[in-house]
Design a protein around this ligand. Structure first.
Ligand SMILES: [Fe+2]
Length: 239
């Protein structure tokens, strides 16, 4: 695999064939689209569909007696646990994806000359921390009597959102800089996700859970600064 970005026979741009491009431009003005509709109609249909659609899922009712009691107690003191459980489910899904992202990059690392032993060790360390964060969220959910194996609505959404990142890193053709760029997308979201989750746990009167997440946030901040600096190095080295 090539790690450096090189010039080659790329024919995707209009400059590669000025005459054909001119013809294409002319045709786009002369031939109207054969599919009816326009962006206003599209927006209208989207609005209609959004108004009539069901929710993407629901937070499961606790399956254990302990969970039911806790939910009932929370409701009694005016705290709805649904949002916290939903967001815990989201973090759980995200951290699981995080492990897979680092594993995909580690697998690719063998083909990359630019990855030294120190970088590989750090990558492995970050992968292990993502797995620890996953276990941390599982413990928090169990503490609340929630089911960590259930797919919550936010977990579903974040799984769909993360698909592109995983695809970019596991594509065998992407080089180090491209893979790190995709990983940065995940780490930026991950940091914001932990910050919000800690705030939410505090707002839900789950101080101990909030405190248990502080270490994970600190580790995620290191992931972010490290990936950001690796990316800058990988890009700037090529100039
Ligand atoms: Fe991370």
């Amino acid at each position: 695999m090539q790690n450096a970005t090189k010039m080659g026979l790329n024919c995707t741009g209009a400059q590669m064939s000025p005459l054909d491009s001119e013809e294409q431009l002319k045709a786009s003005q002369e031939v109207p689209p054969d599919i009816p509709g326009n962006e206003k109609k599209l927006a209208l249909v989207r609005k209609e569909k959004a108004a009539e659609a069901d929710a993407i899922g629901s937070v499961p009712i606790p399956g254990t007696a302990k969970g039911m009691v806790k939910t009932a107690l929370n409701k009694l003191v005016g705290v709805s646990p649904e949002m916290l459980i939903d967001k815990l489910g989201e973090r759980l899904a995200f951290e699981r994806s995080g492990v897979r992202l680092y594993e995909a990059l580690l697998a690719k690392a063998g083909a990359l000359d630019s990855m030294d032993a120190g970088m590989l060790k750090t990558l492995q360390h970050f992968r292990d921390e993502e797995a620890e964060h996953f276990a941390l969220v599982v413990a928090a959910m169990q503490r609340l009597g929630a089911d960590p194996t259930a797919m919550t609505p936010c977990a579903d959404v974040v799984g769909v959102t993360s698909m592109g990142v995983l695809q970019a890193i596991s594509d065998p053709r992407t080089n180090l800089a491209q893979s790190l760029n995709a990983l940065l997308t995940a780490e930026l979201t991950d940091n914001a996700g932990w910050e919000l989750l800690i705030e939410l746990a505090e707002a839900s009167n789950q101080t101990e859970i909030a405190q248990s997440f502080e270490k994970a946030l600190a580790q995620e901040q290191v992931h972010l600064t490290t990936v950001r600096s690796w990316l800058a190095e990988a890009v700037l080295d090529q100039v």
